[in-house]
Design a protein around this ligand. Structure first.
Ligand SMILES: Cc1cc2nc3c(=O)[nH]c(=O)nc-3n(C[C@H](O)[C@H](O)[C@H](O)COP(=O)(O)OP(=O)(O)OC[C@H]3O[C@@H](n4cnc5c(N)ncnc54)[C@H](O)[C@@H]3O)c2cc1C
Length: 454
């Protein structure tokens, strides 16, 4: 029987990063990656396949090349069983392989809600990370004029915007009062909704769907208020669930949210089996509650940690919780969020203040490519610790969101932020005197000082 030191299941964000990190840290170990699909897509690029990128062929993760360069073996197959006692994995092809460490990076799959009638009609699609499915969907959508997207999380919003760009009549339906309503506070979500609507996407927010209708082919969607909207195709963007079938078969513990239970080193209860990425348990960095946020950035962070700790634990290289750091763009306006929103912080019982500033991202403001930049910080009133931030503005807000993410992870306080140094340049950043991140911090600090005096 073939043997490997490390057997990785999956070659998407988590599988790729755990294998390459592990091989870098433990070059003498033999690494083998097993994955179902011959071509793994860059998952975050999928919405753009329907518009700006144009084809899944232009959205391929160069996993094979990266593995080859590092001497990692790749096998296209599916692992169907694992004998934990013997440490043997069985493949769909019948092949068996002995491992020392097994890492599950089996990911997630789109949800097709069982309560929603009509999801099996022709031209009702989900958005899986599967090239063959997406190629067929792309082909079918070319002949469809009226498209309905159900669910206005970031995937639904991005796909709607891309289909609108290529001339489709797109209606986006969202049960929450505003699009992106789970990710952002109302002030930011409203701004995103205004922009998407100006760009031509028809938005029906604050109303859920009751049924998808049609005979054979889809014909439209009935809303909870009984309005009927005609459609040639419907895209379900109603969430993802962790892919844990293999883990369940192996008898590994699964948490209450349906993820494989792991510790801070990403080990399951069986210390020779680890789980990383969308299939692995998540805990919120700030609230410490179980979280079901699934992001490629989190998957890669977990994978780096698992890869580094594989054969030698290091107490300072642990995963200390998920910070949902996410950004998107609508035209030339970027939106980003890191950590807790104001809404969530208040709901969880944090005593907070918020600091808000609306500035510009270049200086002087007479430069031709300036863009407004909005920053909102969510700050613990007593501690001054920054718990979250939301931004929108030019495309530089993607990196600004990451900066806020690092601030949160390092538990920086408003004081340490206000005494920190930043680099600025007229063509690249806001002015040092009116830097929106610092001005928002000042605003939060003034409120805290005022409350302390009162
Ligand atoms: C449309 C879309 C847009 C997104 N945009 C963003 C974004 O902008 N930013 C962001 O941070 N996140 C984004 N995400 C989320 C991100 O894609 C996921 O968090 C990420 O893909 C998780 O990676 P993963 O490796 O854990 O799982 P997956 O990407 O789901 O990959 C799992 C892999 O495991 C393989 N596999 C499963 N079972 C087996 C088995 N038994 N044997 C062998 N192989 C197996 C699968 O074939 C697959 O290759 C987006 C997701 C989607 C769907």
């Amino acid at each position: 029987m073939e043997k490997t030191d490390v057997l990785v299941v999956g070659s998407s964000a988590a599988g790729l990063v755990v294998a390459t990190t592990g091989k870098r840290v433990y070059p003498d170990k033999k690494f083998t990656v097993v994955t179902i699909h011959h071509k793994t897509l860059i998952p975050c690029g999928i919405p753009y396949v329907f518009g700006s990128v144009g084809s899944t062929d232009k959205d391929i993760l160069p996993a094979e090349k990266m593995f080859e360069a590092l001497g990692i073996d790749i096998i296209y197959d599916e692992i169907t069983e694992v004998n934990r006692e013997e440490k043997v994995a069985t493949f769909k092809s019948g092949k068996e392989m002995n491992y020392d460490k097994l890492i599950l990076g089996t990911g997630s799959e789109p949800v097709k809600p069982a309560w929603l009638p009509g999801t099996d009609l022709k031209h009702v699609f989900t958005v899986p990370k599967n090239k063959v499915y997406l190629d067929e969907m792309h082909k079918e959508l070319k002949d469809c004029k009226k498209i309905i997207t159900i669910g206005a999380g970031f995937i639904g919003v991005e796909i709607s915007d891309e289909l609108n760009k290529v001339g489709k009549e797109v209606t986006l339906i969202e049960k929450l009062p505003h699009i992106l309503g789970m990710a952002f506070d109302e002030d930011v979500a409203i701004k995103a909704q205004e922009i998407l609507s100006e760009r031509g996407v028809i938005i029906k927010a604050g109303v859920g769907v009751k049924a998808i209708q049609g005979t054979g082919n889809v014909e439209g969607v009935v809303l909870e208020n009984d309005e009927f909207i005609e459609a040639d195709a419907v895209i379900l963007s109603m969430g993802y669930k962790p892919n844990i079938q293999l883990a369940e078969k192996m008898g590994l513990p699964i948490n209450s949210q349906g993820f494989i239970t792991v510790d801070e080193y990403m080990r399951t209860e069986d210390s020779s089996i680890l789980a990383v990425g969308d299939c692995a348990e998540k805990r919120d960095f700030v609230t410490r509650k179980p979280s079901s946020v699934m992001l490629a950035s989190t998957a890669c962070a977990e994978a780096r940690i698992a890869g580094m700790n594989l054969f030698k634990l290091c107490a300072i290289k642990t995963f200390s919780g998920t910070i949902s750091i996410f950004s998107t763009a609508l035209g030339n306006t970027g939106f980003g969020v890191a950590g807790l929103t104001e809404n969530l912080a208040r709901k969880e019982g944090f005593d907070i203040v918020t600091g808000v500033f609306n500035g510009i991202d270049r200086h002087p403001g007479t430069l031709s490519d300036t863009h407004s930049q909005f920053v909102k910080l969510i700050v613990g009133k007593e501690s001054g610790v920054i718990l979250g931030g939301e931004v929108y503005g030019g495309l530089s807000v993607g990196e600004l969101t990451n900066t806020i993410g690092i601030i949160i992870q390092n538990r920086m306080s408003i004081n340490s932020l206000l005494t920190a140094q930043i680099g600025t340049h007229p063509l690249l950043t806001a002015s040092p005197a009116g830097y929106p991140l610092m001005k928002a911090a000042e605003s939060a600090s003034s409120q805290i000082m005022f409350m302390q005096k009162a």
